[in-house]
Write a protein that binds this ligand. Structure first.
Ligand code: GLU
Length: 559
């Protein structure tokens, strides 16, 4: 096959790599090449051999060099990578009234660490603040003592730090109780709210029938007296609530005279001593208004709250912020409910908030997922109202583009089997830490007659190439013979090119994956990579979590 064909394959491999920000996908490249160059179809059989070499070459280049090389060799294909077009379609839609800057907020409840659902709200709001300029308020919504986990304050801060948000202000709602009490009194004074001492069941019953409860007709003076008694400790939990006067004929019963203050006795709040607490719809309105929040981006599970909150804005004569409610995001494969996570941790089913089975940011971070990848994935999902399911594959592809060039390559042999190789020359393999970037150095691995190979590769495989070493032929259990050095011969025979380690050289290595643990041995240097990701060749990326005398513990990232 001539050099021209090789070049065609090369430029399409580059194009594929640039387009996806990842090592090229052989099937996609092959499809594109045969589509664009039908004259090559008669050679379809010979192409794969050349393609493998070409793909290795492209995969071996530093990813940041792909685009320039493609532009140099095939500018027309560079134009078609539609990275420009893709970026535009991925851009978030503009927000109205944002041109002069925005004030936005991320408002988590400190009930546990943050998870992927929070990351979506956090990164979307962050993206808009970055786009339009302005302030980004972190508001810790801790006015429901039953949903406050004292440890969560610290965890939320750690998670925010990991995400790298551009937070400019931090507000704790528990510091603002007087603000809510004052505004609560004011709403009563202007006739927008009343203190209700009806039994909850009784009220619910009347509400369904669109009827007013007796408290609704209290005079303002009576309401203020009751409000003072409520703050003064005259009522027990459940005996009293403050309700906004809305519309008893509203078609949605949830809109009818909803509560905005209540008494909560237990458990004690970790930051303040209080008995009367505002409910979310009231504290959120008070703060969104007083903190000058201009735009609120939140999930559509808050749409009913937005409607409720509108009544409060109207009573005070305040202008509500601009709202956007995005669709639900189904996330499969991990546990996201804070209460299930907590139960599982207490029961010992999960090792902690960063267990591999959980969807917390600390769990996915421990697996080697980088915040930049999460940011890109959720911003790409955008703020559309359609419900979607979160694509792990997409997150992994983005993460791979982030970690690939910072992850050194090593051999990890899962389920190692010792194999004596007859007739093999002793030699030192020099294997690049990162293919295509000689400056990063090499690993030197000395072969002296026996090796460990992954069990799966020793069963039945006739000819095998030990990567960057030589070819061998399996001759029986734990036995093989040297079969020459020729890489081309191994390729022609479609021999698997496998990772290996000299017998007795590797250190024990355990890889935790959501599906279970994989045991094996890895290169000793891996112990020096704690807290970093590496790529175990032919196995996938892992984050090195711990190293001690017992060996190395890694968390599986993705392939
Ligand atoms: N703290 C609320 C939550 O985490 C957010 C309130 C809001 O976005 O208005 O669901």
């Amino acid at each position: 096959m001539d050099a021209g064909v090789r070049k065609v394959l090369y430029v399409y491999a580059l194009q594929n790599a640039v387009k996806h920000g990842n090592v090229p996908n052989p099937k996609a490249v092959m499809g594109k090449v045969l589509g664009a160059h039908p004259e090559l179809r008669p050679h379809a059989k010979e192409i794969p051999g050349v393609l493998t070499e070409v793909l290795d070459e492209v995969a071996g280049m530093p990813p940041e060099a792909w685009k320039a090389r493609l532009e140099e060799l095939a500018p027309e294909l560079a134009g078609e990578t539609n990275s420009g077009k893709k970026d535009r379609s991925k851009e978030l839609p503009p927000l109205e009234e944002a041109e002069d800057g925005v004030v936005m907020r991320f408002a988590p409840n400190p009930s546990g660490p943050l998870h992927l659902g929070h990351a979506r709200a956090a990164f979307l709001n962050d993206a808009y603040v970055k786009r339009y300029g302005g302030r980004y308020v972190l508001r810790i919504e801790d006015t429901d003592p039953r949903r406050v986990d004292p440890d969560a304050y610290q965890m939320v801060q750690e998670d925010l730090k990991w995400m790298g948000l551009g937070i400019t202000d931090i507000v704790y709602q528990s510091d603002r109780m007087e603000v809510y009490y004052d505004l609560g009194r004011k709403l009563i004074e202007i006739g927008g709210a009343y203190v209700c001492t009806c039994d909850a069941e009784y009220f619910r019953d009347l509400k369904i029938k669109q009827k007013a409860c007796p408290c609704r007709s209290h005079s303002i003076e009576d309401n203020l007296a009751l409000w003072d008694r409520m703050l003064g400790g005259d009522f027990a939990e459940g005996q009293v609530t403050v309700r906004v006067k809305t519309d008893l004929a509203h078609p949605d019963p949830a809109m009818r005279d909803f509560s905005i203050f209540r008494i909560v006795d237990t458990p004690h709040h970790p930051r303040i001593e209080a008995r009367v607490y505002p409910l979310m719809n009231f504290s959120v309105v008070a703060d969104d208004h007083l903190l000058g929040i201009t735009h609120v981006i939140r999930g559509k599970d808050h749409i009913a709250n937005t409607r409720r909150q509108r009544y409060i804005y109207d009573y005070f004569g305040w202008k509500p912020p601009v709202y956007r409610h995005y669709g639900r995001m189904g996330i499969e494969g991990v546990v996201l409910s804070t209460s299930s996570m907590r139960e599982g941790i207490n029961a010992g089913t999960y090792t902690g908030w960063d267990d591999v089975h959980l969807g917390t940011l600390r769990a996915i971070g421990r697996r080697g997922i980088r915040p930049e990848a999460v940011r890109e994935a959720v911003v790409e999902i955008g703020i559309g109202e359609t419900d979607i399911s979160f694509s792990w594959e997409n997150l992994y592809a983005k993460n791979k583009a982030v970690i690939d060039h910072v992850s050194d390559r090593f051999f990890f042999v899962p389920e190692p089997v010792s194999v004596r190789i007859e007739g093999a020359p002793e030699q030192v393999a020099e294997i690049p830490l990162y293919p295509g970037d000689a400056a990063r150095g090499v690993r030197e691995i000395t072969f002296e007659g026996a090796a460990v190979l992954p069990r799966a590769e020793t069963e039945g495989a006739a000819l095998v190439r030990m990567k960057d070493l030589f070819n061998i032929r399996m001759t029986g259990a734990g036995q093989a013979e040297y079969a020459g050095d020729d890489l081309a011969a191994a390729r022609a025979a479609k021999a698997p090119i496998i990772q290996w380690l000299p017998e007795g050289y590797g250190i024990p290595c355990r890889v935790l994956t959501p599906e279970g643990e994989v045991f094996g041995v890895c290169e000793p240097q891996v112990a020096g990579y704690q807290g970093r990701t590496v790529q175990f060749e032919r196995f996938g990326f892992v984050r090195v979590d711990r190293a001690d005398e017992a060996g190395v513990l890694c968390y599986f990232t993705h392939r």
